[in-house]
Design a protein around this ligand. Structure first.
Ligand code: NOJ
Length: 884
């Protein structure tokens, strides 16, 4: 009944009433999307278990699931309700996480604890607040990205969380104003894909199930959610763009063996992501061969039967769209739907088997810790049923400290991400003898304390992370001003964003460091007029940061700007001022904002971060479809990806628009030279389509007979807690549902897909896509004399002339050197897979390698590509200028 509420604007009371699940719901037509963007039906949901690396886990899961009753099965596929934390004596049952599933304890299958966030264990103490995804992407360092993943995994395990709700690769960063871009790794599918996969590897090696999110198209925050009055916006994405940009990092995640996927709030091509059969059954489970389970984003499920048939496996947090009334589209309703034949038993078995198999796959059946914290309170004791009207109290927090030495990797990431955009007159690095004045509230921790604002929904003090669910509590905050004072104790600091009127003209050697920030977050909070997206402040620094810099530049001849920012900023109001000599983007450093910065400012080490997005001179340098946020509409807001493949640098290259700072740009205190590049063919690459896909392996099979109604009965005398979500039905309801099964026509989508996608065949898609076609090696030498430093080697592919509608350059791989002393050198390798050299052919629905000569360009940024390698000729040359 959701669509009825959204399109007819019924009264709130009526809508709340209608949100109660009804098994007799009428179907309403979808809102119209532009032609060419329809979401195709794709049924039935493919079974998991056919990929060899998951066979053992599926065999174990099958053994367990075949012993489960109907109510046990439906219990596992849904959460127990939002805020329904519940802790039983001696922590035999404890589920105080942001999402808590039901269990089948009789068989030893526990509740699963699903916990935010992508940058640290949320809502608890004793954890590390790691740098955000965007900061991690800015390191361009695979080793560090992986090390952060390992540390994150250890902390989630230490707190007893079964599922890490990260990494985020959607949003991809299509819209610079998008509220949650900072949770991901940068505005490029390859940067997102490699970083996401390495994070998953690090996390899952600790036995924690990682969740790649949000599938897909959640590129802005406003109007993202279905509510009783309006559907979430529709991201209208054409097939090729979907494959070559937005689905790309999800393919990497599936290839890395990710255990779960979270759907996005919005719709894609008119169909809500939580019940979009083309996305879930077609692309994710069939084409990409995903073997784990699909969960809804919180309160984004909008139907029971449709979402089950479309491939959703877990409802989170279990409630209907309007929570806290004890209603669910699944749980008892899923039990009913299976008994009355609306959802085939076979579909339920696959959902449960996927969840149980993921649990075995990550080894969680062996000594996995139970949660030892509560997301609901910081106190030792608290409500055992926080959402119930009357709840007993008891111990809910055990204060387990899981930080170990993870501050070191957190600091290293924060440090190696710092991106030097400009350094005129080699103003940086500073000496500790320098006379420095610091300006800006962003230089010092929030005076109310780093965690003063819940969900970090304020921008006060140094900005270490954005806001929303993607945050963690700071155990401490190393702020820049304290770190500067450790070097220069008597530094002058103006903790204000208004330039002090009485500041005298400084002497030529005096230096001003001006701190600015730009924040964004999830749409659940509005901060200083920004509704998640940067809709109010746009791409300008907050708190009049531009004016602060201009004023400082009028009084000082040496100005250094430090920006803590969720994404690109427009620097034009001050970047060309002669006194603004140095600019550092420190991104979102998490708890380690201080020392990571001062060791760059004072030259202990060289900066080595590179931009994970382009900085344009004007917002209108990018197409309107990405530079504007979609506003209110009656009915469904339509966000149509008319720019296709041309986001960020792809668009700028196409129209010869010079950005202020290019994607991948980043300076060092030293200089590097790339030489001796060679290219080697590894797996022979024949142009054209992929070879025939491999067959699927066998999958577990169960009886498809509808189980007896008695499997749904609550045990006699069962004590139901109001609003808690159970999977049991009363004996009379269960029997009525079972009786209806004989007379009710089963609501199965008529159109069934029988052909397997030609681009599937293994986890991540057709196995040949992952063949290494070419390997390039290049020697990087520190040719400076004074400073050590790390260099970034970025590899961009230029497709053969005549390849239809393809960006000039596309990032395909990257590598970072170790710290090289002057004269030091290292040989770096980058690789290109078959997928890297393919385009998505809409007609044949497959990846195909175009005929002709590819060039792979290497360099330290998308605008500094001095080495070219010709793939067919097998030669590389240096001393060139890249094609843009
Ligand atoms: C909504 C967010 O979109 C998602 O990323 C998060 O994991 C869940 N809420 C749980 O907090």
């Amino acid at each position: 009944m959701v669509f009825a509420c959204s399109t007819r604007l019924l009264s709130l009371a009526l809508c709340l009433f209608l949100q109660r699940p009804s098994h007799a719901a009428t179907l309403h037509p979808r809102d119209a999307v532009p032609s060419g963007f329809e979401a195709r039906p794709y049924y039935p949901a493919p079974h998991g278990g056919w990929v060899p690396s998951w066979n053992d886990s599926y065999a174990k899961a099958q053994k367990l699931v075949s012993q489960m009753t109907l109510a046990e099965k439906t219990n596992i596929t849904g959460g127990v309700g939002i805020y329904m934390g519940k802790i039983w004596p001696r922590r035999t049952l404890i589920f105080p996480c942001v999402g808590n599933t039901g269990s089948a304890l009789r068989l030893g299958f526990p509740q699963l604890c699903l916990q935010d966030s992508a940058l640290g264990v949320a809502s608890t103490d004793g954890v590390t607040a790691f740098p955000a995804g965007i900061t991690t992407g800015a390191t361009w360092d695979k080793g560090l990205i992986y090390a952060r993943g390992v540390a994150l995994g250890k902390e989630f395990r230490g707190k007893g969380a079964n599922v890490y709700l990260g990494p985020t690769v959607g949003p991809l960063g299509r819209k610079p104003l998008g509220g949650r871009n900072w949770e991901g790794f940068g505005s490029d599918p390859v940067l997102q894909g490699i970083s996401g996969a390495l994070t998953i590897k690090g996390v899952q090696e600790q036995g924690v199930i990682a969740t790649i999110k949000h599938l897909i198209g959640n590129e802005q925050e406003m109007y993202r959610m279905y509510n009783p009055f309006q559907p979430g916006y529709s991201a209208n994405i054409d097939d090729r763009t979907l494959h070559e940009l937005y689905l790309w990092p999800f393919a990497d995640a599936v290839k890395a063996g990710v255990g779960s996927v979270m759907t996005a709030y919005n719709a894609v091509n008119g169909s809500a992501c939580s019940q979009n059969s083309y996305l879930l059954n077609g692309l994710l489970k069939d084409e990409l061969g995903f073997q784990g389970f699909v969960m809804s984003d919180w309160l984004s499920q909008i139907s029971g039967v449709s979402s089950a048939l479309a491939g959703l496996d877990m409802s989170m947090p279990g409630d209907t769209m309007v929570p806290l009334f004890g209603n669910s589209y699944w749980k008892y309703e899923l039990t009913r739907s299976v008994l009355n034949g609306s959802v085939p038993v076979d579909r339920l078995n696959d959902m449960v088997t996927r969840i149980v198999a993921a649990w075995y796959q990550l080894g969680q059946d062996k000594d996995y810790p139970r949660p030892n914290f509560s997301s609901n309170t910081k106190s030792r004791d608290g409500l055992l049923y926080p959402a119930a009207l009357f709840s007993p109290t008891g111990q809910v927090n055990w204060f387990v400290n899981v930080q170990a030495d993870h501050n070191l990797v957190a600091r290293q990431v924060a440090h190696d991400a710092i991106t030097l955009l400009k350094n005129d007159d080699t103003l940086l690095p500073l000496s500790t003898q320098s006379r420095i004045t610091v300006f800006g509230t962003d230089a010092a921790v929030n005076p109310d304390g780093p965690n003063a604002c819940g969900n970090r929904a304020c921008n006060k003090g140094t900005l270490g992370m954005g806001w929303g669910s993607g945050v963690a509590e700071y155990p401490y905050f190393d702020d820049p001003i304290s770190a500067i004072r450790r070097r220069i104790p008597d530094v002058t600091f103006h903790n204000t964003d208004t330039f002090p009127q009485n500041t005298p003209q400084s002497s030529p050697d005096d230096i001003a460091i001006v701190f600015i920030s730009s924040d964004a977050g999830e749409n659940s909070f509005t901060v200083e007029g920004n509704h998640g997206d940067r809709d109010k402040d746009q791409l300008s620094a907050w708190h009049n940061g531009d004016k602060l810099i201009q004023d400082a530049a009028a009084k000082f001849s040496n100005v250094i700007v430090v920006a803590h920012t969720v994404g690109p900023l427009l620097l034009e109001p001050w970047i060309a001022l002669p006194s603004v000599k140095s600019v550092l983007f420190a991104h979102l450093p998490g708890q380690e904002a201080g020392e990571s910065l001062t060791s760059i400012l004072f030259g202990d080490t060289s900066p080595s971060g590179h931009l994970p997005y382009s900085i344009t001179k004007s917002a209108s340098d990018l197409p309107a479809s990405v530079s504007t946020l979609r506003g209110f509409a009656f009915g469904q807001v339509q966000d149509t990806y008319t720019e296709g493949l041309y986001i960020d640098y792809r668009h700028l290259h196409r129209y010869n628009i010079t950005p202020r700072y290019a994607f991948g740009h980043g300076l060092s205190y030293t200089t590097f030279a790339l030489s001796n590049a060679t290219i080697r063919a590894v797996t022979p690459l024949v142009p054209g389509p992929l070879p025939p896909r491999p067959e699927k392996g066998p999958v577990p099979s169960y009886s498809s007979t509808i189980p007896p109604a008695a499997e749904a009965f609550a045990p006699p005398g069962f004590n139901f807690i109001w609003r808690y979500l159970y999977s049991f039905l009363s004996a009379s309801d269960a029997s009525a549902a079972a009786a209806a099964a004989t007379t009710n026509p089963t609501i199965h989508p008529a159109q069934k897909t029988t052909d397997l996608p030609p681009s599937g065949g293994a986890e991540g898609g057709h196995p040949a896509l992952w063949d290494i076609a070419y390997e390039i090696s290049v020697t990087v030498r520190n040719v400076g004399t004074a400073h050590a430093g790390k260099a970034s080697v970025q590899a961009y592919v230029q497709f053969p002339a005549g390849t239809p509608d393809t960006p000039v350059l596309q990032l395909r791989d990257f590598a970072k050197t170790r710290e090289l002393a002057p004269d030091g050198e290292e040989t770096m390798r980058v690789r290109l897979t078959r997928r890297d050299l393919s385009i998505w052919d809409v007609q044949s629905q497959g990846w195909t390698v175009p005929e002709g000569e590819f060039v792979v360009w290497l360099g330290e940024g998308s605008d500094r590509l001095g080495v070219g390698c010709w793939v067919q000729r097998g030669v590389c040359e240096g001393g060139l200028r890249g094609p843009v």
